[in-house]
Design a protein. Structure first.
Length: 430
């Protein structure tokens, strides 16, 4: 069987800000940060998961109704209920339009929901409310770059850096933008500049490793990741041994190199630290599927689609998980969702074809219609794939189409069987 799980892009999602602002105390499992904690300080649960970041020194500054609604949004975020989080952050912003925290948090949620323009407007509202709110400035710039407006993003962050020349956050953000634009030399220089401003600024450390990864300088990336996660002995200890994005990056490198056990450990550690880190969830879920463990993959992939409902790969892999568990209606729903998010996703047609060919029954289909659909989907995949499978992907598409056509020929020889519902399926009412 061809693995559809190698379709995950080798590029890491370019974002320093995948976590949410926090005021602390919204959930009894969350350990409130210190009141004077600087922006970017991780917000942790008692179990050691990072569920957010402090978005500005001194906390959100919210009180009364605004604080209540904000905390309700925070709880919804923790459970992956993005629609409720969106509503509550909007209400918090209405109750206190002068605070940067609600619009910044709303922007994070809107971006996950696919409303990029709405997210960018929210980020602008945040740093308009608080001109020193660097974390929303970075979120805005990175959103612009990821939406294809790298030049505009660079101009924006350069202007902000000129006004705040000693800001390690804005400097590291500039490094990330240069990395996205493939200006790797400048990216490395800016990240080093950020570390000179603050030798313990972890975002800059991760940017250095991520930029090397993007440039395919994997040995340098691994060296930078070792400095973050393991260190080099007593004289140079680990800088942030539990850093989730560093774990994700190292897991990707090890997975590409075939070191599956080590990669799996890193993805598990990344997810434990950052339950919302979708790239780690997708990789962890897909590796569990590849190992034949659909039951353990299921909650991980379901979580990925909750935290990133517009991620086509998350829906594709969840559909494959449901297929392996015999939940064919759920599988088709998520394959269709994957294609609605990315119509160029050929692997979804492969998985649909495989499901229609191998499933003993798919309700609402006769045996003949089921195999005809299998042939249609498999041939669509082969057409989209081209004459040869992509590098690193092995599929058995020609054999599968031949099997499906042979099955179709057998059914034509027995018309009664072809017209009957697929084995075990209820008769279709007319």
């Amino acid at each position: 069987m061809r693995s559809t799980l190698k379709t995950f892009s080798s590029a890491v999602a370019a974002s320093l800000l995948l976590t949410l602002a926090a005021c602390g105390g919204a959930d009894k499992r969350v350990v409130p940060p210190a009141k004077d904690a600087p922006a970017g300080t991780p917000v942790m649960t008692e179990g050691g998961s990072q569920v957010g970041v402090v978005d500005s020194a001194g906390g959100s500054g919210l009180t009364g109704t605004a604080l209540s609604r904000y905390e309700e949004g925070w709880k919804a975020w923790l459970s992956g209920d993005l629609q409720t989080a969106k509503k509550k952050f909007q209400e918090a912003q209405s109750a206190d339009p002068k605070s940067a925290s609600p619009p910044y948090s709303l922007g994070i949620v809107l971006e996950r929901l696919g409303d990029v323009s709405g997210a960018q407007q929210s980020y602008r509202s945040a740093f308009a409310a608080n001109p020193a709110h660097e974390i929303s400035m970075c979120a805005y710039a990175l959103s612009l770059a990821n939406a294809g407006h790298a030049g505009e993003a660079d101009t924006f962050i350069t202007d902000k850096r000129n006004k705040r020349k000693d800001s390690p956050r804005l400097t590291a953000c500039g490094a990330e933008l240069k990395s996205i634009a493939k200006d790797h030399g400048t990216a490395q220089q800016l990240a080093q500049d950020a570390l000179r401003m603050d030798p313990d600024f972890k975002d800059a450390m991760v940017t250095i490793a991520r930029d090397h990864y993007r440039a395919r300088k994997l040995d340098l990336a691994k060296y930078a990741l070792q400095a973050i996660l393991e260190g080099f002995g007593d004289a140079s200890p680990a800088r942030d041994k539990d850093n989730a994005e560093a774990r994700l990056l190292r897991g990707l490198i090890y997975r590409e190199g075939g070191a599956r056990a080590v990669a799996l450990t890193d993805f598990e550690a990344a997810v434990k630290r950052r339950p919302d880190l979708v790239e780690a969830l997708i990789n962890l879920g897909s590796m569990r599927l590849e190992a034949g463990n659909a039951t353990e993959a299921l909650p991980v992939l379901e979580s990925a689609t909750r935290f990133a409902p517009n991620n086509a790969i998350a829906h594709l892999n969840l559909g494959d998980c449901y297929r392996l568990l015999g939940r064919y209606a759920d599988a088709k729903k998520h394959f269709d969702l994957a294609l609605s998010r990315d119509s160029s996703l050929a692997a979804a047609h492969y998985d649909l074809g495989l499901m229609y060919l191998t499933a003993p029954t798919i309700p609402g289909n006769t045996a003949d219609s089921q195999v005809a659909t299998a042939i249609k989907e498999l041939e669509t995949y082969r057409t989209m794939r081209g004459p040869k499978a992509p590098p690193g992907v092995q599929d058995d598409i020609d054999d599968l189409i031949a099997r499906a056509k042979a099955k179709q020929a057998e059914l034509k020889q027995t018309p009664a069987a072809a017209a009957a519902p697929a084995a075990g399926a209820p008769a279709t009412k007319k």
